[in-house]
Design a protein around this ligand. Structure first.
Ligand code: ADP
Length: 270
């Protein structure tokens, strides 16, 4: 039995084994990875809001959409195939109306709803190209929208890009403790600091009396934050206006002051 158990011990991935150089004309100061334990918790929305927050606070900002098979960034920023610029030197990211640079698989596809049915090595290849071959120019903060979980793509991002910090997105009904622990475990293995937790869909505000209703309970995230010694950076309410803005390419019109906690945790730009 114990022999069998030994055989099943998974190999431990190593940190910083394959960091790849970006394009010579790319100068990214801090790469911030946005992760979640599972899909649908609002990781992409939080990535977009973080980027909008950084841009509003005067930083040169980029988004690398590492969710290759489920890309959602272009739609949120109202960008598409026509917005990618191809030059003799290489591809330039699309630029949003407020100047956020975005690179995503969906920008390479004429038909935005065409599926990407690729095996892992091809996906990781595309991801590395987004970093290595795209001419990003000067970027202070690059937010990476990771696919959910701790699989091949997140591993590639951590091993290939100089990730300076991680934001973990959860929802109250999520299995917060387990999911945060998995993300923390991966971060530790990759030697990347976790900047803090974001609780999305935290509550709804009653339109009549303004009371905050915690539909899925309260306090779980505080408990895990306390246990792990991490800050809760933001608690984002369920907001139909945000859904509408994201779905119609207008995320840059959203009030993102709920993300002000980022000021305390983002690594400073020299
Ligand atoms: P993920 O990247 O984790 O799969 P998304 O950011 O794509 O999740 O969000 C899934 C859906 O939920 C989207 O339609 C998005 O607009 C919506 N959504 C996310 N967060 C909120 C929120 N706080 N309020 C309302 N809708 C939200």
């Amino acid at each position: 039995m114990s022999e069998q158990k030994k055989k099943l011990t998974p190999p431990r991935p190593k940190a910083e084994t394959m960091q790849v150089e970006p394009h010579p004309k790319t100068k990214v100061k801090k790469v911030i990875a946005v992760v979640s334990g599972k899909g649908g918790v609002g990781k992409s929305s939080v990535t977009a809001m973080s980027a909008v927050w950084a841009r509003r606070n005067g930083y040169l900002t980029g988004i690398l959409d590492a969710d290759i098979t489920g890309p959602s960034m272009p739609k949120m920023f109202g960008l598409g195939y026509k917005d990618l610029i191809s030059t003799d030197e290489g591809l330039q990211p699309a630029t949003s109306i407020t100047g956020i640079k975005v690179m995503s698989m969906n920008l390479l596809m004429k038909q935005e709803d065409a599926p990407v049915i690729w095996r892992s090595p091809v996906i990781t290849g595309a991801l590395k190209q987004f970093w290595q071959e795209v001419i990003w120019g000067n970027v202070d903060y690059m937010f990476v929208d990771m696919p959910p979980g701790t699989g091949d793509i997140p591993l590639t991002v951590f091993q290939s890009l100089p990730v300076a910090g991680i934001l973990i997105v959860t929802t109250p009904q999520d299995l917060v403790s387990m999911i945060v622990k998995k993300a923390l475990g991966m971060a530790k293995l990759m030697n990347v600091p976790v900047l803090g937790l974001v609780e999305n869909m935290s509550y709804i505000t009653c339109p009549h009396c303004g009371e905050q209703i915690h539909l899925f309970g309260n306090g779980k995230i505080d408990e895990i934050a306390r246990k792990e010694g991490l800050p809760v950076i933001a608690r984002i309410p369920i907001d139909p206006e945000m859904t509408a803005a994201c779905d119609s390419g207008k995320v840059e019109y959203v009030d993102v002051s709920v993300m002000d906690g980022l000021a305390e945790v983002l690594p400073p730009i020299e």
